[in-house]
Design a protein around this ligand. Structure first.
Ligand SMILES: NC(=O)c1ccc[n+]([C@@H]2O[C@H](COP(=O)([O-])OP(=O)(O)OC[C@H]3O[C@@H](n4cnc5c(N)ncnc54)[C@H](OP(=O)(O)O)[C@@H]3O)[C@@H](O)[C@H]2O)c1
Length: 283
């Protein structure tokens, strides 16, 4: 069994991003800038936001985090996002999820100017992805494709099962796989006999957000297993949607939690930011 550690891939991507950031600075006399909007005080969101800022700084980018209280009025947040859309010095904007319940996701998705939408959640990007038009891609699924490619795991012609159909992970993941010529089985919470379907697949990608959902009974020996889930168990340790100790001995390759998918997501976010900056500079 091979563990698909993100570190070598993430380092490679970040090294390339750093070079492009240096080139951008020389050409435009300023660093590319990432602005993160954080509403509320969700502990995990605060950690993720801090990590994004730290990595942006390490790669030579400018960044800011704009904080709003949990009871912020959506219109006020929207006005702030509009100011960022209009600011020529801001290249990438992201709104940290989850948002408080007073925010309607189907409206928020339209707030960020697509040219600065480095999470690639805007419906324009979602549509382009489905149509196979080159575009900014959502960070987690795009990172998983990079991780598989780095470890020379081709999905072409393979039977791949995706568990989860969220707009930010499961759906774009299935689309990217389809665009790469995989045959995709797509499962969700209403899928009956899901274990029968996951067991059929040569590659299984699980993004259900349910700790320990998948065990050895749901995986065929020799399969590649990608665990997107991230949770803290009762001992305070990080774990995924897969029961790692059970599945690792039968899988041919598996992503660890932590150290698998998470660092890929961050690295692709940085790559999307420099790409957005470069593309905007050409407009
Ligand atoms: N490592 C990273 O960088 C990263 C990035 C993003 C997310 N994550 C993690 O990935 C997980 C998923 O995130 P998300 O945002 O996609 O979650 P989400 O929005 O809650 O979506 C979960 C999806 O899983 C499906 N599901 C739930 N229970 C299921 C079950 N028992 N069997 C089959 N499908 C089931 C749901 O089906 P329905 O549609 O039918 O409800 C839904 O489509 C979370 O643990 C999250 O923290 C990690």
């Amino acid at each position: 069994m091979c563990q698909l550690f993100a570190t070598p891939v993430a380092n490679q991507i970040q090294g390339e991003v750093k070079k492009r950031v240096d080139g951008f600075r020389q050409l435009h006399n300023r660093p590319p800038k990432l602005s993160v909007v954080l509403v509320g005080n969700d502990a995990a969101s605060q950690i993720y936001t801090r990590r994004k800022g730290e990595l942006a700084t390490r790669l030579g980018m400018d960044h800011e985090t704009i904080l709003f209280p949990a009871n912020a009025i959506p219109t006020h947040v929207r006005e702030q996002v509009q100011r960022l859309n209009e600011d020529p010095l801001v290249d990438g904007i992201l709104i940290q999820r989850p948002l408080p319940k007073s925010f309607r996701e189907e409206e928020v998705l339209y707030w960020i100017d697509p040219s600065k939408d480095v999470d690639a959640f805007h419906p324009l990007h979602a549509g382009e992805l489905v149509l196979g038009i080159p575009t900014l891609q959502p960070c987690t699924p795009s990172g998983i494709m990079e991780l598989l490619a780095f470890y020379k795991i081709s999905v072409q012609g393979k039977l791949v099962c995706v568990v989860g159909r969220s707009p930010i992970v499961g759906k774009p993941m299935a689309t990217l796989l389809l665009n790469s010529d995989a045959t995709v089985i797509h499962c969700h919470s209403k899928t009956p006999n899901m274990g029968k379907l996951t067991r059929e697949a040569e590659v299984v990608i699980i993004a259900a957000g349910k700790p320990g959902l998948i065990g050895s009974a749901e995986i065929q020996p020799g399969a590649v297993v990608v665990d997107v889930g991230i949770h803290r168990n009762s001992d305070g340790k990080l774990c995924g949607d897969v029961r790692f100790d059970e599945v690792a001995p039968i899988a041919s390759a598996i992503t660890p939690v932590p150290g698998g998918v998470g660092p890929m997501t961050l690295s692709i976010l940085m790559r999307n930011t420099i790409l957005a900056a470069e593309q905007r500079a050409q407009l």
